[in-house]
Design a binder for this molecule. Sequence first.
Ligand SMILES: Cc1cc2nc3c(=O)[nH]c(=O)nc-3n(C[C@H](O)[C@H](O)[C@H](O)COP(=O)(O)OP(=O)(O)OC[C@H]3O[C@@H](n4cnc5c(N)ncnc54)[C@H](O)[C@@H]3O)c2cc1C
Length: 359
Amino acid sequence: MHVAADYGPYEKDRDDRVEKALADDDVALVRTGSSYAVAPGRVTKDDGSPYRVFTPFYRAWQQHGWRAPAPGVRSVPWIRADVRTKQIPDVDPPEGVTLPPLGEDAARRRWREYLDQVDEYDDLRDLPGRDATSRMSVHLKWGTIHPRTMLADLADRGSKGAEAYARELAFREFYADVVHHRPDTLAGYYDKRFEAMDYDEPGEDLQAWKDGRTGFPIVDAGMRQLLAEGWMHNRVRMIVASFLVKDLHLEWTVGADHFLDLLVDADPPSNQHGWQWVAGCGTDASPYFRIFNPTSQGKKFDPDGTYVRRWVPELRDVPKTFVHEPWKLDEPPADYPAPIVDHAEEREESLRRYAALRS
Ligand SMILES: Cc1cc2nc3c(=O)[nH]c(=O)nc-3n(C[C@H](O)[C@H](O)[C@H](O)COP(=O)(O)OP(=O)(O)OC[C@H]3O[C@@H](n4cnc5c(N)ncnc54)[C@H](O)[C@@H]3O)c2cc1C
């Protein structure tokens, strides 16, 4: 039996158990390739140690290179008829949830369609109102497209946008590599010093965050997109994560667990390390004291409020000037909550806790 090798601690253990079970029937489990362009563990420094910082990893990853994608297969005659006819069961999503089309055909279709847009990726990818990212994460997660297929098309394209896109694919590979060397960081802190930080216990604020009712429009739009689509734009993932850690003072693991529960692209290495990066305790982490202001982030990356209006119907008629700070209106929309925290105060509180950790 042939499978693509999997690298997470749970996945490795699962495959070992399958291997043992198959051996009882004299069937070998053959792990071939991986779901990465370069398998985790392959890119190392000259002394054989792993990279801890993305940019040098990225250079070494490019130098290492990868094989061209395998040529397409027209038919697989050895598939047994009873196996071929078994379909993935249709599952009805919960009420109000829209799931993306899945499967290999859907992945290729989406990728071909997106390639026409990729040249603009670098300029537009941070604007959640523009839908300028590929949404290929779900297909990469479920293995219905291989990154080598994508990297070959990107190299043919050769644009600045295509290069920027390939760099993001390298982030996925970097985090898989980090977890390969430090499996403990899926559940625990990469920078252990942060274990000792003073955190709050989750309470009502956490529920308001999950429900998209914090009173900060960009945070609420992101959390409602997550509820409705099982996906959220990358810039907004960073904003909502920062809000949970630095405005609500909760541990990153609380938010990361919620993301893993709801994301259709839930990928433990990218998720846990995306969270740790925001929380300041991950690999080349954004310094802890760089605290996102949800209002100015909203104004900068969703300048006309397109994204907020799409996901927060209570704010649909609010003029552009107030869409990221509706509390400044003479009459704020009655059905939209007032901010659950004062960002300026919580920022100071976060810095105080950080200073205490360092003293
Ligand atoms: C707090 C947080 C949690 C995250 N959780 C996940 C997760 O569970 N699964 C996941 O796939 N990504 C995660 N990411 C990374 C990123 O947000 C998503 O990969 C991206 O939003 C997926 O949308 P896309 O396919 O349109 O991305 P595009 O912008 O089109 O990027 C192309 C591909 O590059 C990869 N990529 C892009 N950005 C990153 C990144 N920062 N880290 C790792 N890979 C990246 C993804 O495979 C993505 O599909 C997380 C980021 C943060 C800040």
